[in-house]
Design a protein around this ligand. Structure first.
Ligand code: 3PG
Length: 216
C-alpha cells in the first residue's frame, strides 16, 4: 500500500517541521506505535535511520499505516540504500556525509534529500553541485551554533538541518539562526522508553520538542 501523502517539492526537507526525530529502531513491529506517538505529539516528519536490520521494514510499515507521518530514511550511505529506502516508502533521504555517487543517486531518486557536511569545503562542494540544503553533522562536535554563524557570512545561500548533540537546551539557539531550517535528534526517543514501549512518554517528549521555538 502506498502513502496517500503527496510528493514533496524538491529541496523542502528543511521546511517540513522545526524538529525532526531521528529514530533508531530495533524491532520493526514497534515502528507504527512509535510513529503514531510522535505524530500525536506533533512531530510528523520522522527520520528512520538505516542503522539496524529492522529499518527498511519500519519505513515500509510507517509509510503504509501512519498516513499522517512523513517518513524518511536516514544514515543513507550507498546508492543501493537510496533505492531500497524509496522502494520502502521513504519520502525524503538524509545522509551523515556524501560522495558524488551517493549524491547522484539521491538526486535521481526524485525525493528531497539532505547530504551531510561538517566542513566549509564540503559546503562549497555541494553548492558547486547545485545543492543548497544539507545536514550539519555532528553539529555540536563540529562547532555548533558558533560554526554555523561563521558560515552564514561567506555562504548565506547554504541552509542546514543540524543534528548530533542537540536537545531541548540548545535547539532554540540553533533554530534562531537564519541558516538553520530545522534541527534533528534522538532526545525525544530515550532508549529506555522505546525498550519499555512507553509510547505515552514518547508522545509527551514529542509534544515538548514540537513546542520548541526559536530563541531570542
Ligand atoms: C543523527 O544521526 O542525526 C544523530 O545521530 C542524532 O544525534 P543525537 O543522538 O545526538 O541526537
Amino acid at each position: 500500500m502506498t502513502s496517500p501523502l503527496p510528493s514533496l517539492p524538491a529541496a523542502s526537507v528543511l521546511d517540513l517541521a522545526p524538529v525532526v526525530p531521528v529514530v533508531v529502531i530495533e524491532v520493526a513491529a514497534d515502528a507504527v506505535p512509535l510513529a503514531r506517538a510522535l505524530v500525536a505529539g506533533g512531530l510528523s516528519a520522522i527520520e528512520v535511520t538505516l542503522r539496524t536490520p529492522a529499518a527498511l521494514d519500519a519505513i515500509r510499515a510507517v509509510a503504509a499505516e501512519v498516513p499522517d507521518a512523513m517518513v524518511g530514511a536516514g544514515t543513507v550511505l550507498t546508492p543501493q540504500q537510496v533505492t531500497d529506502s524509496v522502494a520502502a516508502g521513504a519520502r525524503f533521504l538524509v545522509s551523515p556525509g556524501w560522495t558524488d555517487a551517493l549524491l547522484e543517486s539521491m538526486r535521481a531518486s526524485g525525493v528531497p534529500f539532505l547530504p551531510g557536511v561538517s566542513t566549509t569545503s564540503e559546503v562549497v562542494a555541494l553548492l558547486e553541485r547545485g545543492v543548497r540544503e544539507m545536514k550539519f553533522f555532528p553539529a555540536q562536535a563540529a562547532g555548533g551554533t558558533a560554526y554555523l554563524k561563521c558560515l552564514a557570512g561567506p555562504l548565506p545561500q547554504a541552509r542546514f538541518c543540524p543534528t548530533g548533540g542537540i536537545g531541548p537546551h540548545n535547539a532554540p539557539e540553533y533554530l534562531s539562526l537564519p541558516n538553520v531550517g530545522c534541527v534533528g535528534g534522538t532526545w525525544m526517543l530515550p532508549a529506555d522508553a522505546v525498550a519499555a514501549r512507553d509510547w505515552g512518554r514518547i508522545e509527551t517528549l514529542a509534544r515538548e520538542a514540537a513546542g520548541l521555538r526559536r530563541s531570542g
